[in-house]
Design a protein around this ligand. Structure first.
Ligand SMILES: [Zn+2]
Length: 466
């Protein structure tokens, strides 16, 4: 029987209503917006799930995540000897990448995905580049670690697009890096393993797979083109890191005589299914190339500010009509709405003005930022959803209207207050495909997930591997 989720305020299909509920079919898809009277009267019956004192909003989409990086949160904030402050972070990243066993990865991913769910995220694009065993050899099943991450998402009830990442070298004219030995695969092995992962996950609801050449630094152009062609042929999402830091642009110019975006543009790699992660250090012409191709940019401001990457020119992207999704990336912090609002706030600090993203292409600032945390992320992951329109998956979260951050919110101000003030403490329920996976702040596996995570974290802190 269909369910009618009946909150005090409902944001669905871009419209906020009071007194209506979200009607969801048995498959977990949105049938429409309806009232309690309409389903208890002469119309088709539905089970009413009352969400009194709550607002119901579309689930947030985390379009870029590396789940294992949760393990060194707060441990890479200092200044390394020698002055390269980015190195502190990279060293910890290599240590975490070298540390995790398949079971550890599963346990870390479950806790990270639980944190995402608890912050209203209903789908994750996991950009996954851990493939080999700690010695650098493939596992008997080379997709062992990818499957662990997928299992983790399935176990907590989160939707996942596993973006299987190719990683082949430390960079132009650089020796292989021992910290990267779990990442490396040849193009042929990568494509074979991607194909196998596609077949193995074919029957899994709420699991999809995409292709992700890590970056033009880590995958030379020949392999990059082969992977892009495979993705194109299979109509898979294609994600890549690009122009996160100026040094990456310089290395690409040294190797190919052009910047990364110019290079992928002229090689036909930019399509509507392409998502460029970061895309901070681009010229106007490069942004125009991205816009012309209909590609998405995934901005990760909480990570970019943590790493000191620079400020994403979200105003340029908005002017050119480029869809902008959001990602938690390094898990420095998991708060999709904070990512969305930082796209505006970073520009305010830079330009010493307010309302930078308001009314660009006639779009309201709050609607724009909320769409980037929802719709644009679903789109980047190749999943139709993100607004609770009819036919979309019923992926949503509820916020407590008694929470002090949004106390007094009304129909007209719900989206703006969510974007500019909502914190995790207000989030009460989370549903994926119409099924509540968090109810009144509680996930049924919450304590087990926490205790397993603590055990892994403790071993990592004490320097024990495997
Ligand atoms: Zn990343």
């Amino acid at each position: 029987m269909p369910k009618l989720y009946l909150p005090d305020l409902l944001c669905a299909g871009g419209i906020t209503n009071a007194g209506s509920g979200l009607l969801v079919d048995d498959e977990g898809k949105v049938l429409g917006v309806a009232t309690a009277e309409s389903v208890s009267g002469s119309g088709p019956p539905a089970e009413i799930v009352r969400l009194a004192g709550k607002a119901l909003l579309p689930g947030l989409a985390n379009a870029h995540s590396h789940t294992f990086q949760r393990l060194f949160r707060g441990r890479a904030e200092g200044r390394a000897q020698g002055g390269d402050t980015f190195w502190t972070w990279r060293e910890q990243m290599y240590r975490a990448a070298g540390f995790v066993s398949p079971d550890d990865l599963y346990n870390v991913a479950r806790a990270t995905f639980l944190e995402m769910l608890a912050s209203g995220i209903t789908v994750v694009g996991e950009f996954h580049y851990l493939h080999n065993d700690p010695s650098g050899r493939p596992y008997a099943d080379p997709n062992t670690l990818a499957h662990q991450v997928i299992r983790a998402a399935e176990s907590v009830g989160m939707r996942i697009c596993l973006l299987r990442a190719a990683y082949q070298r430390a960079g132009f004219q650089r020796e292989p890096h021992p910290g990267q030995r779990r990442f490396y695969e040849s193009t042929e092995d990568y494509l074979r393993n991607l194909e196998a992962l596609l077949s193995a996950t074919g029957g899994h609801a709420r699991v999809t797979v995409g292709a992700a050449p890590h970056s033009i630094r880590a995958v030379p152009l020949t392999g990059f083109k082969q992977i892009a062609a495979f993705a194109q042929q299979r109509e898979l999402p294609l994600h890549m890191h690009i122009s996160e830091q100026p040094a990456e642009n310089d290395a690409c110019v040294a190797e190919y005589g052009r910047t990364p975006v110019a290079l992928v543009a002229e090689n036909g790699i930019l399509t509507p299914r392409t998502t460029l992660v970061h895309a901070i250090h681009l010229t106007w012409t490069e942004f125009e190339q991205v816009a012309a191709a209909g590609s998405t940019i995934c901005s990760c401001p909480t990570t970019e500010r943590n790493l000191g990457d620079g400020i994403f020119p979200a105003d340029v992207a908005a002017r050119l009509g480029i869809p902008v999704a959001q990602g938690t990336d390094s898990q420095a912090q998991i708060d999709m709405l904070e990512d969305a609002r930082q796209n505006e706030y970073h520009l305010r600090l830079q330009k010493r003005e307010r309302g930078i993203l308001d009314q660009l292409n006639s779009e309201d600032i709050a609607a724009r930022l909320f769409d980037s945390a929802t719709l644009a992320g679903y789109r980047a992951l190749g999943i139709e959803g993100g607004s609770l329109a009819v036919g979309e998956p019923a992926d949503f979260f509820t916020a407590d209207l008694d929470d002090l951050a949004i106390l007094g919110v009304d129909r007209a101000s719900l989206v703006a207050q969510a974007v500019f003030a909502l914190g995790r403490s207000a989030i009460r329920d989370v549903a994926v495909a119409g099924r509540l996976v968090i109810e009144n702040g509680v996930h049924v596996q919450g304590s087990e997930i926490r205790s397993r995570y603590r055990a892994v974290q403790k071993r990592f802190a004490h320097g024990e591997g495997q």
